[in-house]
Design a protein around this ligand. Structure first.
Ligand SMILES: O=C[C@H](O)[C@H](O)[C@H](O)COP(=O)(O)O
Length: 227
């Protein structure tokens, strides 16, 4: 039976609390984007209130605003060279920690932050666990002038692709770009697809994350499972 949104929220909260236990005094912490990361940010803010020295790096403008409003000092990308630990969500993950991210359109900054992080912890409710990636379409950030070219190239490699809209207008990312949601069906070879996508000019980033997550923490009911 499909869990209610309250049950899913409880799982997100539980996973977030488990992840925040890995945050240490003096850390630079990557702050994810989305409804799961929201709970981690609340927990991190509570640590800051208790006097723990933590500085954040935000994966989106929305997260930067939330973190600052909760009292977490936020550093700019130009102020950091490495991030100790990042806590972020995902749209899908497999037990070998391959992910699809970017449902909220924050994938580019999320990928940069993940790449800069010594530990990238993904938190998720149990609905995000899949045997094979691809039921969730792959978000792709595209430089606006290259949109038609990238749409054509995606078709050539077998994807059906749609430009994301929000309230009737093209979705614009924090970086001033657009998002294409590409459907390749269930993905047999995520590494090969990630490589093919990386080769398309004008495609800034895609939501397949491989070899970036060092841990996935999933809550299923009251149980916390580590991958
Ligand atoms: O762009 C958004 C991010 O990749 C999110 O981490 C992802 O969409 C999961 O979000 P949520 O925790 O709200 O399901």
């Amino acid at each position: 039976m499909e869990k209610t949104s309250t049950q899913k929220d409880n799982e997100k909260k539980l996973a977030a609390a488990a992840a925040v236990k890995f945050v240490q005094e003096g850390s630079i912490v990557g702050l994810g984007t989305g409804s799961s990361a929201f709970y981690a940010i609340q927990e991190i803010a509570a640590l800051v209130k208790q006097g723990m020295q933590i500085q954040g790096v935000a994966t989106s403008e929305q997260t930067a605003y939330l973190a600052e409003s909760l009292g977490i000092p936020v550093l700019g990308f130009d102020e950091v060279h490495a991030i100790d630990i990042t806590i972020d969500g995902a749209d899908e993950f497999t037990t070998d920690r391959k992910l699809i991210k970017g449902g909220g359109g924050a994938l580019f900054r999320e990928k940069i932050v993940a790449s800069m992080s010594k530990q990238e912890i993904i938190i998720a409710d149990a609905s995000k666990l899949v045997k094979q990636l691809g039921a969730f379409t792959i978000p792709i950030e595209v430089i606006p002038l290259a949109t038609n070219y990238v749409l054509q190239e995606l078709k050539l490699i077998g994807g059906s692709a749609l430009l994301r809209k929000k309230s009737g207008h093209l979705f614009v990312t924090d970086n001033g770009n657009h998002i294409i949601d590409a459907d390749f069906g269930l993905i047999d070879h995520p590494e090969a697809l990630a490589k093919a996508l990386n080769n398309i000019d004008g495609l800034l980033a895609h939501g397949i994350f491989i070899d970036l997550a060092t841990k996935v923490i999933m809550a299923d009911g009251d149980d916390v499972v580590y991958f």
